[in-house]
Ligand binder design. Structure first.
Ligand code: PMP
Length: 753
């Protein structure tokens, strides 16, 4: 301290050693003289750090006197120098800025507005400064260079969290990076977190720590301040608006800058949590490094539940820009659709939803609402899964062709897919829809057995092709259908809830009898086709023992068993990867679809060597798109996500919880006739007081759930079953939300006491 005392003629009363940031080697002291005046002494043993510190002092001293708030000012030595020689290295003496961190005071609207204005003032001042030295820096905290933090994602232990960070980094690349070159650039503070902003007497006193100052789009300073001041807030979007307004009042933001803010904020959060994860792994975590970790995760997790339109509308309105108009837009989309397609192309709900986006188990409409998706099983791994987006875009840029050429994606995917099946099922044929797969499966069965007839289950659905409709009682027995054709044997759905028999065995014996009768009268059928749990039949698990019994009969009579796993496959049932495993059988042919490509058109037929050989009768099998390299990459991504995120285990855990909570409600609401299904493939059947199907109630509940922002659907022969089949990342919290709203809806239907 002697060097300082002599040089600056100070009468020092106390010296306190301040902990530095572990990323820097400088030494910091707080000094107080006998008159109570405070200073900060910074010593730089590291030469490079010292050069940067000198530049920082030059800039801050240049702008400092013109600002309406304080920034660290370096006290010149008697020979008018910013730095002086200290035994431990070059050093500078700074004035002390008094005050409380903004993190520690209430964030009133007025305070935030005034902070916004001060940041705007700082931006304007810094924009005038030229600093080739600071401008050449590349810092990982800088949002521009967010991708430098991307590799740290591996330090995040929970797969669901890695997915979330991947998703936001993906948005950064898609939304921010292309716009970045067109933004206003200047020097920025670079780290306006809530511990670098000081408040005194309820007003902004000043900003600290310009150590991350660099040349960047100036709106990034605002984005960073917004990020930290949104942490730990109940309504982060609404509560941060005054800050944005304050900034805009002094430094007018362009519409482009405002529109980028949401993704700049999430990107900064991603950098922060990646950094915390790395520090934890390296055991370099301390209170300061991890201070924002928990709230940062909480904010990111909350962010996906908020419709991006809602966020951009709030920010655009705050800055006087017109938000995207929705009402008329939706009507015009509906009107044009009526012109361009037939009415048979259905829409869900009387007042259909205009969807504009989705992430994981959430879907966003054009009006800024978020729906919890309890229905769309096609998005098996979750909507907009970043791994799947990456798989598509990477491969589509490289090669997309057909299966007449050799490429590795095909062999890799088919080998991995077959590993999921028993040895007997050893051949895969890739197509583009469940319907195409059903059609192909029937063709194969007919070719192999040289027979024609197909035994089907009541209310089964297998596809929209001519043949698909012929084997789908749901269609041929439904509106506009022509009934069963002559080469169809229709069997009762082995439903134990109000079915005609009480056991699977009885249903199976009945089925065998019906098939025998058909054989006596006409001829032997080629195959029997069924879903393990009938979806369109109303989420009805085939009675235990039914398929086992019938499959044994089929084998001994050279009938093929075809199992349609379009709805039930890929771990959805929780305890089983495939629905046929639940029934303890190995079918001859399996049909896959929907979840296979997470929305990318993919489906498959899986069968035995013998059936594949019979199918090879000289006619080539070719599907223009089936099994193309992009599809195969997507399929592989789906398989690996199921493993990595343990989605099957999640389906079991959340599905069991869901079922239990529904069963608890069943005790209170006599209108709930039955709760059934497995994993995340469940059904709620409604009955009226006579025990008959209550179609109107199911419709009412479905519509009310939608009005409460939950997506579901109805099905079954009487449309009185609510179907639950959400993306597999559905959580117990999501289940609670469903149950609470569902319960409230049913309560409105209880007779008044
Ligand atoms: N089988 C089942 C069991 C289905 O649920 C569906 C679709 N709902 C299909 C086949 C037909 O699939 P896609 O719509 O992909 O043609």
């Amino acid at each position: 301290m002697k060097a300082v005392t002599e040089l600056f003629n100070l009468n020092i009363a106390s010296v306190e050693n301040l902990d530095g940031d572990i990323n820097y080697s400088n030494i910091k002291y707080a000094i107080e003289d006998i008159d109570g005046k405070k200073y900060i002494l910074k010593i730089f043993p590291d030469e490079e750090e010292c050069i940067l510190a000198k530049e920082e002092s030059r800039i801050l001293n240049e702008i400092g006197e013109h600002l309406s708030f304080k920034v660290p000012q370096t006290i010149l030595s008697p020979n008018q120098q910013l730095f002086f020689q200290h035994p431990k290295g070059e050093a500078k003496l700074l004035n002390y800025i008094d005050g409380k961190f903004i993190a520690k005071v209430p964030h009133t609207k007025e305070l935030l507005f005034s902070l916004g204005a001060k940041i705007a003032e700082l931006s304007t001042a810094l924009q005038k400064i030229k600093s080739p030295l600071l401008s050449s820096r590349i810092l990982f905290w800088d949002i521009q260079h967010a991708l430098l933090s991307y590799p740290k994602i591996t330090f995040i232990e929970e797969p669901a969290r890695r997915k979330l960070i991947n998703y936001f980094f993906d948005r950064f690349q898609q939304i921010v990076l292309p716009e970045q070159p067109f933004l206003r650039y200047g020097l920025i503070h670079g780290d306006l977190n809530d511990y670098n902003i000081l408040i005194k007497d309820g007003a902004i006193e000043g900003f600290l720590d310009f150590g991350d100052s660099t040349f960047a789009p100036i709106v990034y300073d605002l984005a960073i301040a917004m990020t930290y001041l949104m942490l730990d807030k109940d309504y982060p979007i609404e509560e941060i608006v005054p800050l944005l307004k304050g900034y805009h009042s002094l430094n007018k933001l362009s519409q482009r800058e405002v529109e980028l803010l949401p993704d700049l904020i999430t990107t900064r959060l991603c950098i922060s949590v990646c950094n915390s994860a790395e520090k934890k792994q390296l055991n370099q975590d301390n209170e300061y490094v991890l201070i924002s970790e928990k709230p940062a995760w909480a904010l990111l997790e909350k962010w996906v539940t908020i419709n991006p339109i809602k966020i951009s509308t709030a920010f655009l309105k705050a800055t006087g820009y017109a938000p995207i108009e929705n009402g008329n837009y939706k009507n015009s989309v509906l009107k044009t659709r009526r012109h361009t397609t037939g009415k048979s192309v259905g829409l869900s709900y009387k007042d259909p939803i205009l969807m504009t986006g989705a992430a994981f188990q959430f879907m966003y409409d054009g009006a800024g609402n978020t729906y919890l998706d309890a229905y769309n099983n096609i998005a098996h791994a979750g909507h907009s899964h970043p791994k799947i987006s990456a798989a598509i875009s990477k491969q589509v840029r490289k090669l997309n062709t057909n299966t007449r050429y050799l490429f590795e994606s095909f062999t890799a995917y088919t080998s991995n897919l077959l590993k999921k099946f028993p040895e007997k099922l050893s051949k895969v044929f890739l197509v583009t829809s469940g319907s195409e797969a059903s059609d192909l499966a029937i063709r194969m069965a007919r070719m192999h057995t040289k027979r024609n007839t197909i035994a089907v289950l009541e209310n089964g659905y297998h596809g929209n092709t001519t043949l698909g409709i012929e084997i789908s009682s749901y269609k041929f027995d439904g509106k506009g259908g022509n009934g069963a054709g002559s080469s169809i044997i229709k069997l009762p759905l082995p439903n134990l809830y109000k079915g005609i028999f009480n056991t699977g065995k009885e249903f199976a014996n009945d089925a065998k009898e019906k098939i025998e009768k058909y054989i006596e009268k006409i001829n032997s059928p080629a195959a029997f086709i069924a879903e393990p749990i009938s979806g369109c039949g109303g989420q009805v698990p085939l009675a235990k023992g039914y398929l086992k019994e019938l499959n044994a009969y089929n084998s001994s009579n050279q009938l093929l068993t075809i199992i349609d796993e379009t709805q039930t496959g890929f771990g959805r049932l929780g305890n089983w990867y495939w629905g046929f495993e639940m029934h303890d059988i190995i079918p001859d042919i399996v049909i896959l679809g929907k979840p296979m490509g997470n929305g990318h058109p993919m489906a498959a037929v899986i069968t035995t060597d013998a059936i594949a050989n019979s199918f090879n009768n000289g006619m080539e099998f070719f599907s223009s798109f089936g099994g193309n390299p992009v599809s195969c990459e997507v399929g592989s991504a789906v398989l690996s996500i199921i493993e990595e995120e343990q989605l099957q285990a999640n389906a079991l855990l959340v599905g069991n919880y869901f079922k239990k909570r529904l069963n608890d409600l069943k005790n209170f609401f006599p209108c709930i006739g039955d709760i059934r299904g497995e994993g995340l493939f469940l059904g709620i059947e409604f009955t009226n007081t006579d025990g008959n199907p209550d179609t109107a109630l199911a419709e009412f509940v479905k519509d009310e759930l939608k009005n409460n922002f939950i997506l579901s659907g109805t099905d079954g022969p009487y449309n009185n079953v609510i179907k639950i089949k959400p993306p597999m990342c559905f959580t117990t919290n999501n289940t609670d939300e469903f149950i609470n709203k569902f319960q409230k809806i049913l309560q409105t239907k209880l007779p008044d006491k």
